[in-house]
Design a protein around this ligand. Sequence first.
Ligand code: ADP
Ligand code: MG
Length: 339
Amino acid sequence: MSKIKILDETTINKISAGEVVDRPSSIVKELIENAIDANSTQITIEIKNGGIKYIRVTDNGDGIPPDDVEIAFYRHATSKIQNYQDINNIYTMGFRGEALSSIAAISKLNLYTKTQDDILGTHVEYIGGKLILKENIGCPSGTTLIVEDVFYNTPARYKFLKSESVETKHLIEVASREALINANISFELISNGKMIFKTSGKGSIEDNIYDILGYQLKGHLIPISINKEDILIKGFVSDLDFYEKNSGDILFYVNNRYVFDNDYKKTITESYKSLLTRHQYPVAVFNVLLPANRVDINVHPSKLYVKLYDKDLIFNAIEQEIKKKLVKERSKTIDIAID
Ligand code: ADP
Ligand code: MG
């Protein structure tokens, strides 16, 4: 008998879940992104105990038709791409079809979903990736996912979870980044019954910055808009009468997707060099909108890193424009002082 065996789907999902889901905040990220992709205008996120015990994400989006609900939980099942070519033209947040199967594999999950066209919705329950219950049910149009007892069946992962307050901090960070840039969606984040933030969904990123990063920024934001060929760079930076003690609010987005990029952080700090002192950091939020084939988002399963083909051009433009605006700001202040 052969010693080599192909693992069953539940085991594969449990193993590969680690790439997509490493802590409660990554579950919340995936669920929010699914809600965004489903054309929602309202997303409510409710968590308890840092998301370890309980996460609920409710949206008013497209919903999943009854026949598709079970398929959505298969690995690599997605409605967003059909072949490898499509990866060059992605404007949705998801495309790998890994989130639902991964999350279901390491938690107790309930999903309620209904499309506009259906009279009845569907409720499914998965425990450790196994379908326990499926029923028709009356529910509002849209989707609600409830995820409980994260990593209950993967003790090694569970052990790596930090304290509830640290997990809550990560979760607020992730939800904030998503909410801030999606200004046409009204977001609400509630942690242990307490409202953390709420955005209006009225389309203003500037208002979202105040609602999420804080009202102390009012009167201190400089808008920036740069157009280079088919690339549009839009953002806000803080003026020189404002600074923060860490670089946590230097945020970068590519086609509305939050991404990590150390060169971006360097670009921003370089732009403020000699204008702010050491340990003083600006707020800088930039969103680069470009054709999907100018960026590779398939670098890592978390989709937090991207390859930007026009990186130098973009970062040079950002640096020059910030410097120009800050000099202008400064001369304005000097003018007022002289007057
Ligand atoms: P991906 O987002 O990469 O397609 P997921 O595993 O996150 O993969 O989701 C699988 C599929 O389930 C999605 O392609 C989508 O069709 C459906 N789906 C998941 N969440 C939602 C939601 N909140 N609203 C509507 N459809 C959803
Ligand atoms: Mg997804």
